[in-house]
Design a protein around this ligand. Structure first.
Ligand SMILES: [Zn+2]
Length: 357
């Protein structure tokens, strides 16, 4: 079977009706491949303990919360080194809670009970992440995951800001993420019920003002210092946050909604893994760094389970001659810097998987 991605413009097509029979056979085969892989992954999940399935990630999130009191105390120190250590601790804890925590919570990966999964989604996304849980789940799970790299649906275009020059977009604008996030959240409240709007506003305010209050009362900071510390902590990982979000999808094959490929094809062509990185593995989680392919294939798995099934998935895809895309962080950054116009400004070409789709 051929596996040749070809690119065409939005208006052009490469295949005629003669390929339809082949397509149906190929579709059936792709369906079987996905089921075969899902069975292998399910076996691994069933053979795993609670600690492996959820315990490791819940412990990392708990550790982030447990480190907060020490962070507040250190931020009140007059010693520069202690103050900087406090800032680092709070910045790392904030990233763990608001990136890893909100991501796992948005997928309902923190609990098997739907009620608890909903509670954690509201807690992490709204109280800790200053965003609307409903809008976050809709944008990430229902659009980005369901329609990965499908133009007009899950094409990562929300991350594009073509009016910004590349250096500003890649190295300066991300620092404004903590300010932009709640503003975008306000825009996302449109169309939600009054009760949901009230819940989101109350939760975001509780999260914001409790950090502010503790910085004033426990750390003893002035009003402006407390706000500055909050901005520094919240912006500490915003550069890699934006980078990771664009590196793993943009520049890879894009599909049209009218002729989208089978799921296993969509995910193996449209998703890329970055190498393991101790800082980002802990703060963002494996599913956003070295196991993004696994995460898109099996979004219900926790970070630790994604890491556990990674050898199964990579070996399976390689055996079946499907892509398993990997690239380094610096290599990706270099690509986006040099091809900024092509990747982040112009509309991406659509990829047809000739011989398969
Ligand atoms: Zn996800």
């Amino acid at each position: 079977m051929k596996n040749i991605p070809e690119k065409r413009s939005e208006s052009g097509g490469l295949r005629g009706p003669a390929a339809r029979d082949d397509d149906e056979c190929a579709d059936a085969e792709r369906e079987t491949l996905m089921m075969e892989l899902a069975r292998l992954v399910q076996e691994s999940v069933r053979a795993s303990s609670w600690w492996e399935r959820r315990g490791v990630d819940c412990t990392i999130l708990t550790a982030a919360f447990v480190s907060l009191p020490a962070g507040f105390v250190l931020l009140g120190s007059s010693q520069m080194m202690c103050f900087l250590l406090g800032l680092l601790m709070m910045g790392v804890a904030h990233a763990v809670i608001t990136v890893k925590g909100t991501h796992l919570a948005s997928h309902g990966a923190l609990s098997e009970s739907p009620a608890w999964a909903h509670f954690w989604a509201v807690f992490f996304i709204e109280v800790c992440g200053s965003f609307s849980a409903r809008a976050g789940v809709q944008a990430h799970v229902k659009m980005h995951h369901a329609h990965t790299n499908v133009i007009g649906l899950g094409d990562s275009s929300t991350w594009k800001m073509p009016f910004l020059p590349r250096s500003v977009y890649l190295f300066i604008a991300p620092l404004a993420v903590p300010i932009i996030t709640p503003l975008v959240a306000v825009g996302q409240l449109k169309g939600q019920s009054p009760l949901q709007i009230m819940r989101t506003v109350v939760c975001v305010c509780v999260g914001f003002f409790s950090q502010y209050y503790l910085l004033r009362c426990v750390s003893g900071l002035s009003c402006s210092s407390a706000l500055l510390v909050m901005l520094l902590c919240r912006a500490m990982f915003s550069l890699p946050y934006i980078h990771v979000n664009i590196f793993q999808h943009i520049g890879l094959p894009m599909f049209s909604a009218a002729s989208r490929p089978k799921r296993i094809y969509q995910m193996t062509h449209g998703v890329l893994n970055l190498p393991r990185n101790p800082a980002l593995d802990w703060t963002f989680g494996h599913s956003l760094i070295s196991c993004h392919v696994e995460h898109h294939l099996f979004p219900f798995l926790s970070d630790n389970m994604c890491l556990k099934v990674k050898p199964i998935v990579s070996q399976f895809l390689k055996e079946k001659k499907l892509p398993y895309q990997e690239d380094g962080y610096v290599s990706r950054l270099r690509l986006f810097f040099h091809k900024y116009q092509e990747l982040m400004v112009f509309a991406p070409p659509i990829t047809d998987l000739v011989g398969v789709q």
